[in-house]
Design a protein around this ligand. Sequence first.
Ligand code: NAD
Length: 351
Amino acid sequence: MKYNLAIVGFGGMGSYHFSSIREQLPEINVVGVYDIREERRNAAKEQGLKAYDSLEELEQDGTIDIVLVATPNNFHKDLSIRMLRSGKNVVCEKPVTMNAAELEEIIAVMTETGKHFSVHQNRRWDKDFVIMKKIVDESLLGRPYVIESRVQGSKRVLAGWRGYKINGGGMVLDWGIHLLDQIMWMIKAPVVEVHADLFQLYSTEVDDNCRLLVNFENGVSALIEVSTNCFINQARWHMQCSDGTVVINGWDCSGKMVKLADDRDLGWTDEIVYTEAGPTRTMAPRPRETTSELPLPEVETHWSDFYRNFIAVIEHRAEPAVKVSESLRVMKVIDLLFQSAEEGHSIRCNL
Ligand code: NAD
């Protein structure tokens, strides 16, 4: 069966879904677009798509099976609810809503209508993340305890609506949510403490840089940093585990794992080493033969699996790859991170 999909919000991301679906998903037929801007409706027509003149027209189109909501964040809740009520299954862009309470409203309508609703957390399929998840899932370096996840740019720009609070702008809701969703999906333990430092270096309304600390009950401490004002980038991922360390430099997925070769008491640990900054025992380099350097594990990942899973759920063949319960948990942590930044202290929780 071929599924008909319509897009609400045909901007950067709506267009990306359209071209990617056309290239990679023969089982989905992108039929039409509704956008409040005429210019974008015309752009849709130029690409051979139907342009709905109103949202009502789309609501009444009984041939549409799936609607993608890809508008600025503050419209996600109302649009998703309207689309679910008109009998459509809904894929919603991230951040799913402005806060957890809004998502709870959508979940109530999802239950009432029996339609499928899922959030496009596409970065669960990013190669760098899939490598990290494999290292954690298969305990390739033992037990993780410190995870650092960063995306860093220096353009000092929050494009369009991303600079406005009313639209749900700012880096926590833009990139922070991706990185948080990845880590909360990877670490299977409750979040017990959060702390957020939000920066406004050039934006007058929203966070343009952020630093988020999320601690888990199993002892894992995760640091998430999103920068738009960083001129010397750090690694995309750096993770310390009981038996080794992994670094992934960037989206190109260059990097390595260094693993303890053995646990033997080698007798060298007490030696004092005289460095340029003075003597040290603790920070003296370890003999090379006591570690091994390994390549990052090979993985295969396809973004299109998000939609393949969405269809499999509609056909009752699979569990959702991105469950609303997971999205709600992430939004609850986001709410607490904003509270932490506003109140200026860490917040204990059990999420
Ligand atoms: P954009 O500004 O490029 O496009 C938004 C479009 O929505 C515009 O064409 C605008 O006219 C239209 N629009 C605004 N209000 C509307 C309404 N009420 N009804 C119908 N159309 C409306 O923004 P974007 O970069 O495409 O971001 C859209 C969404 O996609 C955001 O939620 C953003 O967070 C998300 N996004 C996700 C990723 C990802 O990797 N998953 C990447 C970029 C953006």
